[in-house]
Design a protein around this ligand. Sequence first.
Ligand SMILES: Cc1ncc(C[n+]2csc(CCOP(=O)(O)OP(=O)(O)O)c2C)c(N)n1
Ligand SMILES: [Mg+2]
Length: 330
Amino acid sequence: MKRLTSIPALQMMANIIREDIITSLQEAKSGHSAGPLGMADIFTALYFNVLEHNPRNPAWEGRDRMVLSNGHICPVLYATMANAGYFPKKELFTLRKFGSRLQGHPHRESLPGLETTSGPLGSGLAQAAGMASGLRLDGKKNVVFCACSDGEQDEGNHWEAVMFAAKNKLGNLIAITDRNYIQIDGNTEQIMPLDPLDEKYKAFNWDVKVINGNNMKEVLATLQQARARSSTATKPLMIIAKTTPGKGVDYMENDYRWHGAPPGTLKTERAPALDRQAAVALEEIHAHEVEERGNWYHSHFKFKPLHEMKKELKVKNVDKKTVGTGRKKR
Ligand SMILES: Cc1ncc(C[n+]2csc(CCOP(=O)(O)OP(=O)(O)O)c2C)c(N)n1
Ligand SMILES: [Mg+2]
């Protein structure tokens, strides 16, 4: 895996991934916007720098395990995997289509590179802790990462896994909470208060780090240090990443109603007309990128966002003929 090592290159990739999230959601006409956009920086840092993995050989035994517990944010996982080379970017147009390998919640046996099937919240950390424990028992050095959300920590099962991981001193387990303060119906603190979340993990005998999950410099340094410490650590690590839901699209940012809505489907006070929503989202992400770093990605073919590739990929109407066969066994 070729790593992106500079902060500007990683920030640029995160914005390409944001554009690809919007394009795939626009095509699907359903799915989740807020969480995926907020977590784009973290997934970029993981897949383009921190993880030991091989997109051309997804089942490579030496790989780190990346478990996505909050399965509904899979548009960010798919867009990141496509840009990293797990499958052709064109396939992002099949998100949520019948027969696609890119289901609305990840289906492990459909797509090589997925470690688990997810969607039912609260179960991913238990699966990741089981993997970490198994790897330790086998004397393996692989590290297990687990992304989870704040809303899913209303599930009791999550806290059983927290206790199991601490008891078994799983230093090879690194969890990342998307602390965006929203869940399906509103603000997390109004629905089921979680704060002080860092103190809770400390009390459960975990190491804890609180970061700005949209600051690439901080994200990268934290994830690199976390991976480096995991070979000797005797406590699991929780990274509480404070993110902005809907990051990059002004009319979506910090509005919980975009939790499960794609552009073009929801009228809000801040949103433009329905038929302009996807275009405005793309324009805003792109304008921000150009403002920060100039027009870099137009000089790199492989760094092109998906919506600009529609013509050259000859994508017309996506139907069953153009999507994967699904259920590919590994
Ligand atoms: C066990 C379970 N209960 C309920 C749901 C329905 N559900 C899907 S997403 C969601 C909100 C979870 O909050 P969070 O993941 O923090 O939302 P986000 O920040 O991504 O908007 C709920 C209740 C589910 N997927 N699984
Ligand atoms: Mg949330």
